[in-house]
Design a protein around this ligand. Structure first.
Ligand SMILES: *[C@@H]1O[C@H](CO)[C@@H](O)[C@H](O)[C@H]1NC(C)=O
Ligand SMILES: *[C@@H]1O[C@H](CO)[C@@H](O)[C@H](O)[C@H]1NC(C)=O
Ligand SMILES: *[C@@H]1O[C@H](CO)[C@@H](O)[C@H](O)[C@H]1NC(C)=O
Ligand SMILES: [Ca+2]
Ligand SMILES: [Ca+2]
Ligand SMILES: [Ca+2]
Length: 743
């Protein structure tokens, strides 16, 4: 079961310090030129440009574009982004007066509207040619080096240029799945989204944290601040995507069940775009755990149906067990193909001591590594910083399955390998450091990648023992073109291996996976703390290191035991290979890479260019019932109550029957009813009472009134008509004396 990951990151101190000193930074506004070589260069009169989408056979597109541009009296500026058939046309003024622009605009619009091959067109409006750079008066902003590093320029997430172009996360809702969000704080309240929030611990819509002495429950609030703190309000900090909405799901303040976790993953999933989950299984270097059945199913469901069918984005951090040589391949959340796994680097660009590495890490971002803070860093914090940075500042969200826009970051600790597709990956830093500028530029021209294709091998029974170092066990599976034909997979994204291994000390095993290209992933690292004697039971390791490579070929799994031979050798019982990828060919991959590089100039950010946005699907909110701890308690109470009364009732019946005696003939008859018994009783009692001279205790009627279970208000005969209102005989225990029912 997942546990807490708490503690303070370096800059979170800013959020927590309620003593935000009023040292407003008032720097004089400077003017910066707008970097858009393709679109500026006009004088004080703006140049007219249109984005046009053409409908024509592929090979004729270029020619059609040329023709259309000529007909309209415009200049074809070339294809836009990756989009087949999207062109940018510009009107090059050649001595015309400004006043004629209206006329040109009208005639061009009319022409495009009537032209058969024009699917849609839109005039591109240029932003002002120069803008004020941003200076905020928030007292803690100068300390937020991860946003804007003055001391070591470049060692930040490069987000200010994006803000200057008015990309701040507007239209995106980020939800912090944590211990609650204190949404009344001045820096959070204006961006708070109550519609996206929920409290699964108390089962109410308000995720306000319940601080107690043991844990302050500030973690979720801090994350929320990192993401969407209000800028320029003379208060504390600035959020990385301060235009976004921030919601909270309170789930970590109490016992967490699989079903609660599952519900959290899909809560308000048509409102919340991004789920930030800064927690996971224990980082103690000996745990192997992840989402269970329900959690997994809901993650998958969210990725398919969330965000109106574009897919919820789950961001998880790699974990903080670095000092226990923990590895995020043993963490089912970091290992999942449905999550974006993010690791940490400190200001110098090295891995902090607490950071975990793994083969499924996608990228890294800055986190606290400061010596003074080290003692309290125990949170999966980087998520908070990065969350809203990437392509989230988009109004037209696309399924995020491609992290390849981050920059490779120079670091002596990280070992980089370049795979067949040309992507560099390191177990420590994933594909590199997140860079908001590059991500947002890429998002501007990003089109969804093809549908996910997958291939699953048969379960490969091996039953082979694992030798000690320096020998190793090697097993292989060949994926043929015929195997991939069904799904049409050409290139890889994730590669997953599910293994069942028995071993007397799990931490002694080292597992590596080789893709057909020879790219090696260390999917199972040795862990000195992990002395679990049960090995792995159907555990899935995954790697992203073969992203973009050809899927077909031979995959090799290498396992060795670094322990000593005093222990029994382990055995590889069985394994199974799963490939996830797409129908893109390696050439398609290269083409997308080229387009992204081309888009990095900022020219699409500077214009209001945007791709046509598909409407998305109409998916209703999930209405599911949550079983929380409180509900369980109530149910338990009700259950106990029912059991108690059942016993009581039975006792009642038994004792009454024993005392009073039953007509045996009656009990064998199916039509025998209580009123008959009652009648019988009365008859019997009449006789007995007469004989013994007993009488009805005076208290019996009051006691009966106190006890609704004793009263049968009306009894039915076989035909269903009310025949009489006969009181059920009261218990002799209640009465405390012999029963006598004679009225
Ligand atoms: C911040 O607010 C001040 C007024 O208090 C304003 O002059 C300044 O332009 C604002 N800065 C930004 C970046 O909006
Ligand atoms: C950072 O952003 C600026 C624009 O603000 C851009 O010119 C520069 O290339 C970016 N740097 C990197 C390393 O991406
Ligand atoms: C930024 O965008 C928003 C919404 O699109 C708009 O209301 C606002 O005026 C823009 N700000 C600037 C400085 O362009
Ligand atoms: Ca609440
Ligand atoms: Ca603020
Ligand atoms: Ca971990």
């Amino acid at each position: 079961m997942p546990h807490w990951r708490r503690g303070a990151p370096l800059w979170s101190a800013g959020m927590e310090a309620t003593l935000c000193i009023h040292t407003c930074l008032w720097l004089s506004a400077s003017w910066i030129p707008l970097a858009s070589p393709a679109l500026d260069a006009e004088g004080s009169h703006g140049k007219l440009t249109w984005a046009v989408s053409l409908e024509a056979p592929e090979e004729e597109l270029e020619q059609r574009a040329e023709e259309l541009a000529r007909t309209a009296g415009l200049v074809n500026m070339g294809r836009v982004g990756e989009l087949k058939g999207h062109y940018l046309f510009a009107y090059q003024p050649d001595g015309h007066a400004v006043a004629e622009h209206e006329a040109i605009r009208r005639s061009v619009d009319t022409l495009f509207a009537q032209h058969d091959s024009v699917r849609w067109h839109s005039e591109q409006k240029l932003l002002k040619r120069s803008k004020r750079s941003l200076h905020f008066n928030d007292p803690k902003y100068p300390q937020q080096w991860h946003l804007n590093n003055h001391k070591s320029p470049g060692k930040d997430i490069n987000v200010t240029g994006v803000w200057e172009r008015n990309v701040t996360g507007r239209g995106v809702t980020v939800v912090v799945v944590d211990d609650g969000v204190e949404h009344t704080i001045k820096d959070i309240q204006p961006n708070y989204s109550p519609e996206g929030s929920y409290d699964l611990n108390s089962n109410d819509p308000d995720p306000m944290p319940h601080p107690d002495e043991e844990n302050g429950n500030h973690h979720g609030t801090r994350c929320a601040g990192e993401i969407a703190a209000v800028p320029n309000n003379s208060f504390c900090t600035v959020g990385v995507a301060f235009g976004s909405r921030i919601a909270g799901i309170r789930v970590l303040d109490g016992p967490l069940t699989d079903s609660m976790e599952a519900i959290a993953f899909n809560k308000h999933y048509q409102i919340n775009d991004i789920y930030s989950c800064s927690w996971g299984p224990d980082d103690d270097g000996k745990t192997v755990d992840g989402p269970h059945q329900l959690g997994k199913a809901e993650e998958e469901h969210g990725v398919i149906a969330g965000r109106r069918g574009f897919g919820s984005i789950f961001v998880v951090a790699s974990g903080n067990g670095g000092q226990h040589s923990d590895n995020c391949n043993y963490d089912g959340y970091a290992n999942s193909i449905y999550t974006v796994t993010i690791g940490a680097v400190d200001e110098t660009g090295s891995m902090p001591f607490y950071a975990e590495e793994c083969a499924s890490m996608l990228a890294v971002t800055f986190s606290g590594g400061d010596k003074m803070m080290r003692s309290i860093v125990s949170t999966r914090v980087p998520v908070c910083a990065l969350l809203a940075t990437p392509g989230t500042a988009r109004t037209c969200p696309q399924v995020s399955r491609a992290p390849r826009v981050s920059l490779q970051y120079e670091d002596r600790h990280a070992k980089w390998d370049t795979n067949q597709a040309g992507f560099s990956h390191s177990h420590q830093h994933g594909f590199g450091l997140l860079n908001a500028w590059r991500l947002v530029n890429a998002a501007k021209i990003w089109e969804s990648v093809p549908y996910l294709a997958s291939y699953v091998s048969p379960v490969l029974k091996e039953g082979r023992s694992i030798p000690w170092l320096p020998q190793e066990l090697e097993v292989a599976w060949n994926v043929t073109p015929a195997d991939l034909q069904l799904s049409g997979m050409r290139t890889l994204e994730h590669v997953a291996v599910t293994v069942t291994i028995t071993h007397p000390r799990r931490g002694n095993l080292e597992i590596r996976l080789l893709c057909p290209s020879g790219m090696m992933s260390l999917i199972g690292t040795t862990r000195s703390m992990d002395s679990d004697p049960n090995g792995f039971s159907d555990w899935t390791f995954s790697t992203v290191r073969c992203w973009g490579e050809e899927a077909q070929g031979t995959y090799r799994l290498l396992i060795r035991d670094i322990g000593d031979d005093s222990l029994r050798p382990g055995t590889l019982r069985q394994w199974q290979l799963t490939l996830y990828g797409s129908s893109w060919s390696p050439a398609d991959m290269k083409e997308r890479q080229r387009l992204l590089e081309e888009a990095m100039s900022g020219r699409y950010l500077s214009s209001d260019f945007s791709l046509p946005c598909p409407p998305g699907l109409d998916i209703p909110e999930e209405q599911r019932y949550t079983i929380t701890a409180n509900t369980l308690k109530t149910l338990l109470l009700l259950g106990c109550f029912a059991v108690f009364w059942t016993f009581y009732y039975m006792l009642e019946v038994c004792l009454t029957r024993n005392e009073v005696g039953l007509d045996l003939a009656c009990s064998s008859s199916s039509s025998c009813r209580w009123y008959q018994q009652g009648r019988k009783h009365r008859a019997l009692e009449k006789r007995a009472g007469t004989a013994k001279g007993a009488s009805l205790p005076s208290s019996w009627k009051t006691k009966q009134a106190l006890n609704p279970f004793l009263v049968e208000p009306a009894l039915l005969d076989a035909q269903g008509t009310v025949v009489s209102a006969v009181p059920f005989p009261p218990s002799p225990f209640l009465q405390g004396q012999d029963v006598s029912l004679c009225p």
